[in-house]
Ligand binder design. Structure first.
Ligand SMILES: Nc1ncnc2c1ncn2[C@@H]1O[C@H](COP(=O)(O)OP(=O)(O)O)[C@@H](O)[C@H]1O
Ligand SMILES: [Mg+2]
Length: 290
């Protein structure tokens, strides 16, 4: 918890917003641009409970590629529901904006950048898996970037389906997360077990980096049949091989196996990268010299 000073919230300088959230600068002095608060609204106590669980889970993590949550506060809004305030360092951009930038300039992300992002995020997810915390909301706008180009995972917690019916009909609007969600999340007839959620995270990780590296990104839309998904994924991997060698595309291909049992784990993904790119990772400052 932290003691929220509402005078520091710069309501008029909104940085961005999501389906239930707004991100605002949190600063008293114009020159102090270190912090933001993310304000999340809950309409009912169930939503509030889930949001709070997610915020507590994220504030308990400490890893160089996970956004550090510096405190949270909440407020009851009478019959309107609840507001949660999450304080974090202000970041500069995210992988969605980065990709849009590159696409506009008809440019592709370099191999070194790709290695840096894939390795940073895989090791953050390996750390979470060791702590038994599934992320469940991996998408490009939840991978933030600082002014030095370092990337950080943020926003734990599954985007919630409005209803069971929505889930089986393949929702169109989950704040964009649905484009990165594993196929089994749409077809399972009951909620997945915790161990299966890590495999679902592996798929999302694969989907994010498949898109980031593609020269003509096509979303792996949930409504495609499994055969059409597999065909599209093959095309994407062939495209990635043009720029990123063998290892990274192979890992992305494994992550995007329709059968969850065929997907490599995050530990296997980081190990494969360490074996292949040991000197690059040292140069990028992501590993100590071995
Ligand atoms: N700590 C932060 N610093 C700067 N921008 C942020 C921060 N956290 C989130 N954002 C940006 O604010 C926007 C809204 O984020 P969010 O409410 O999580 O919705 P979503 O992730 O669905 O876009 C996104 O563009 C996100 O990158
Ligand atoms: Mg987000």
């Amino acid at each position: 918890m932290f003691s929220l000073n509402k005078e520091k919230i710069q309501e008029s300088k909104k940085i961005g917003s999501g389906k239930f959230s707004t991100v605002l600068p949190y600063q008293k002095e114009a020159t102090d641009e270190r912090w933001v608060v993310k304000v999340v609204e809950a309409k009912n106590s169930n939503q509030f409970k889930l949001q709070l669980e997610n915020v507590v889970a994220s504030s308990n993590q400490s890893h160089p590629s996970i956004v550090p949550v510096r405190g949270y506060a909440f407020e009851e809004q009478g019959s309107e529901g609840w507001k949660t305030y999450v304080k974090m360092p202000r970041m500069k951009s995210n992988l969605k904006e980065l990709k849009d930038d590159y696409t506009n300039k008809k440019n592709t992300i370099s191999k070194d950048q790709m290695i840096r992002y894939v390795y940073s995020i895989a090791s953050a997810l390996e750390y979470l898996e060791k702590k038994r915390v599934p992320h469940q909301n991996i998408k490009p706008s939840n991978i933030l970037m600082d002014p030095n180009g370092k990337v950080y995972l943020s926003d734990f917690g599954a985007p919630k389906f409005a209803s069971e019916e929505e889930r089986t009909k393949v929702p169109k609007e989950l704040g964009g997360a649905e484009l990165y969600m594993a196929p089994e999340l749409f077809t399972a007839d009951k909620p997945l077990k915790r161990s299966a959620l890590f495999k679902a995270d592996v798929w999302s990780f694969g989907a994010v980096f498949a898109e980031l590296g593609s020269s003509k990104p096509k979303p792996i839309t949930p409504s495609l049949s499994n055969d059409d998904k597999a065909k599209l994924i093959k095309e994407i991997i062939a495209d990635l091989r043009k720029n990123y060698g063998q290892t990274v595309p192979d890992l992305i291909s494994s992550a995007l196996s329709i059968d969850p049992a065929q997907r490599k784990s995050f530990a296997e993904i980081t190990q494969a990268l360490e074996a292949k790119y040991s000197s690059e990772l040292v140069k990028l400052g992501l590993r100590d010299k071995v």
